[in-house]
Design a protein around this ligand. Structure first.
Ligand SMILES: Nc1nc2c([nH]c(=O)n2[C@H]2C[C@H](O)[C@@H](COP(=O)(O)OP(=O)(O)OP(=O)(O)O)O2)c(=O)[nH]1
Length: 167
């Protein structure tokens, strides 16, 4: 994790119907050429709680909470990057569900794209973060999210508050 992308300047969230499972990719999952995409996942458990992870670095972000994820590498598919980041950061395997939305980051051209997902193997463990919490919908405001994440958390609140299946 490093500081060369800053959160802020949120764009409207875009919760949609596209499924992000590797078996169900569409044309938007193209390899990233310029490496300006950050992907992350709102991992949900069976009690409709979401996994929040507290950053331990770098200084401006240390102590803030985020959705697990990271930068897509040049030439890498975004969902491959998401799976890779979850392995690296949490030591878990995940299933990716529908998109939650995306926001612009303050570094020009950088975008943070977030999906719903769930853990399919292992319990998340601390590797790169210093704390993990499963938050229910009533607890979403209990942590200090990264500044850019506001619209994504708001959309997540809406999604979790709407009865019915999330995937
Ligand atoms: N994963 C994640 N990143 C976020 C969120 N909100 C937000 O502003 N960001 C920003 C912070 C960073 O500028 C950027 C992610 O970069 P990072 O440094 O964590 O990426 P990385 O894991 O690939 O780290 P590195 O290999 O570059 O060291 O996106 C979020 O909810 N999750």
């Amino acid at each position: 994790m490093n500081a060369d992308v800053e959160g802020l300047d949120a764009l409207p969230s875009t919760h949609g119907r596209r499924r992000g499972t590797p078996e169900d990719r569409d044309g938007t999952d193209s390899p990233v050429v310029k490496g300006r995409l950050v992907v992350a996942v709102a991992l949900l458990d069976d009690d409709r709680r979401v996994l929040a992870a507290r950053r331990r670095e770098p200084h401006p972000y240390a102590g803030m909470w985020e959705f697990p994820g990271g930068k897509v590498e040049p030439g890498e598919h975004e969902l491959d990057a998401l799976v890779r980041e979850c392995r690296e950061e949490l030591d878990v395997e995940i299933e990716v569900g529908p998109p939650l939305g995306e926001v612009g980051l303050s570094s020009p051209g950088w975008v943070l794209r977030v999906w719903l997902g769930r853990v399919t193997r292992q319990q998340p463990r601390l590797v790169e973060h210093d704390e993990l919490r499963w938050l229910g919908v009533a607890e979403l405001d209990d942590v200090r999210w990264m500044p850019a994440d506001g619209p994504l958390v708001a959309e997540l609140r809406r999604v979790l508050s709407t009865p019915g299946s999330l995937f």
